[in-house]
Ligand binder design. Structure first.
Ligand code: GS8
Length: 220
């Protein structure tokens, strides 16, 4: 697999495209990263993801794969010799997929309350966000990673939110750490991994971007 051509279409802020970059780095796969301008999508993005027209897209030897969690499974299957992400046990594998799906169904939507709502609705939204994170706090328990002793599939799926959590603490004026100390300690632990640290946008940049989103939505 040494001669593979691997291209990732993404944006620097996207937690979805960061997943792909973390997984490829964990596997030690070299790739070409192409930053997309979502206001002016490239012909390659429109051609490789004609249905959703969204990033990320992984293009492996000319073949496109879309949807970040599906891309993670693909990467794990193709480069299976190093750093397995999904557990080998079918039940544990199903659980990892369930929780990763919950990240997309609940974490993203409840986090977006912060940049979509104001006043009373924002306060309610913040509570909902914390309640969702508490589910993950409980699932993590005292394990170092969601994958147990090893950084795995759910770790990759959720860790790309960690810089957003930190940014939300600053510009959303909430302490996530107070309610979910284990989850935030897990995030810090993951950031010690080179694969995560080098793929993450810095917190200040995410904070500035959240302010842009708030203005765009008329809530700032
Ligand atoms: C979500 C990708 C997505 O929302 C996945 O890959 O997991 N379920 C998909 N991508 C956004 C940028 S990140 O917020 C995107 O490409 N948006 C462009 C658009 O909606 O036009």
């Amino acid at each position: 697999m040494g001669d593979d051509e691997v291209i990732v279409l993404g944006t620097v802020f996207s937690m979805f495209s960061m997943r792909v970059r973390v997984a490829l780095s964990e596997k030690g796969i070299k790739y070409e990263y192409r930053e997309e301008d979502l206001g002016n999508k490239s012909p390659l993005l429109l051609q490789t993801n004609p249905i959703h027209k969204k990033i990320p897209v992984l293009i492996h030897n000319g073949k496109p794969i879309c949807e970040s969690l599906i891309i993670l499974e693909y990467i794990d299957e193709v480069w299976k010799d190093k750093s397995p992400l999904l557990p080998s046990n079918p039940y544990q594998r199903a659980q990892a997929r369930f929780w990763a799906d919950l990240v997309d169904k609940k974490v993203y939507t409840s986090a977006s309350n912060i940049w979509r709502k104001k006043g009373e609705e924002l306060e309610e939204g913040k509570k909902e966000f914390i309640e969702v994170l508490k589910l993950f706090e409980a699932e993590l328990g005292d394990k170092p990673y969601f994958g147990g002793d090893r950084f795995g599939f759910l770790d990759v799926a959720l860790v790309t939110y960690y810089n957003w959590f930190q940014a939300i603490e600053i510009c959303g004026n909430i302490s996530i750490k107070e309610h979910c100390p284990k989850l935030m300690a897990w995030g810090e632990r993951c950031m010690e991994k080179e694969s995560v640290a080098k793929s993450a946008a810095d917190v200040k940049t995410v904070c500035d971007f959240i302010m842009v989103l708030k203005k765009r939505n008329g809530v700032a």
